[in-house]
Design a binder for this molecule. Sequence first.
Ligand code: MG
Length: 400
Amino acid sequence: MKLDSALFAIGAALSLTTAAFAAGGSTGHAFYGDPPDERHAWCVHDQNRPQPKVVAPLPVSELEAKAKAPADAVILFDGTEASLAKWCSDKNPNEPTKWIVRDGAMECVPKSGYVRTKEEFGDCQLHVEWAAPSKVEGDGQGRGNSGIFLLGVETQVLDSYKNLTYADGMACSMYGVNPPLANALRPPGEFQYIDITFHRPIYKDDKCVQPGWVTVYCNGILVQDRTQIEGPTGHRARTKVGPLPEKGPLKLQDHGNPVRFRNIWYRPLPSTAAKGGTRGPLPAKAVAAERKKIAAKVRKDAAAKPEGSVEQMLRFAESLVYEKDDATFATMEKLASQYAASLKQLPADKAGAKKDEVLQVDSAFKYLAKWNFVPENFGPKVEVANFIKAQGWDKKPKKK
Ligand code: MG
């Protein structure tokens, strides 16, 4: 095993040598993909691009538990014939796919064409398991080739186990864009556990306002670390920079090899701020609108609390953290003054029972003063602090 890996590593380093051929395939050839440009040092499918290191995959026992679809996942294929009905022919979406279900896996029938989901989605967390044919046939791109396509972006499926090809075309490459960080593949015939998070790039008026990115784990090993995507991937051609559709089906490639797939599910990912959602930093206007909404909700809740209660006072105060509002401040101040006055009326033997509540109010006032929601010398704040002092609650308990 160790010797094999070493041989493979040597083969990976030397293109078009006996060692490389011994490992299966070559790293490609010159004058093939689009040439380097001012933003890309390598040709597309460049034979000179370094090969990723071979890294041992995590054991299946560790991956299996994590591969289970979470409760909020959408199941796209669960190994049953019934779930194949969620897929169709990519070329003729009105027709069922000719791919078949065998032993709990969906298998590509060569020359039948790509398969696609009827379901359409965009940004997502996607889990896919695939296995290259156990009978090893072909070399390089011809061995166990398929592909996982999200909105036209291919995460390459290839039997890259001891099978050389250009680095940006091996298993788990962003095809033609970026090689994986490592080659963590299992041997052909065994299932590979692939986890992808996908965010499409966002364009506004022809300008990219947020790059897209893809993160991929192969058998538990991080192989694409927020790799930037600027458009769909392509064969031999540089990505055409531009927006991707908001939604689309998941497609699996027919590249002429009976590659098998199982346990496919996804979770839609919430929209980022740039897409009008609430993830990540929001533009100032959206922040103000969101804060206004939260404040209104908290005020409504405050109004429903028992009239004049300490809970009501604190809840009104809380709303001021989200939005400055003079009327709410006045209400809160009135309630706070009443509260402070009620403490003065409290018979000495009843004070102890109020300790937790008073300390809570004190800490709320301190917070509000610290962040300038009330002045430092806010009357009720001073009175509550004095009450605490009079009770001796401000003294730290002696250490035993
Ligand atoms: Mg492919």
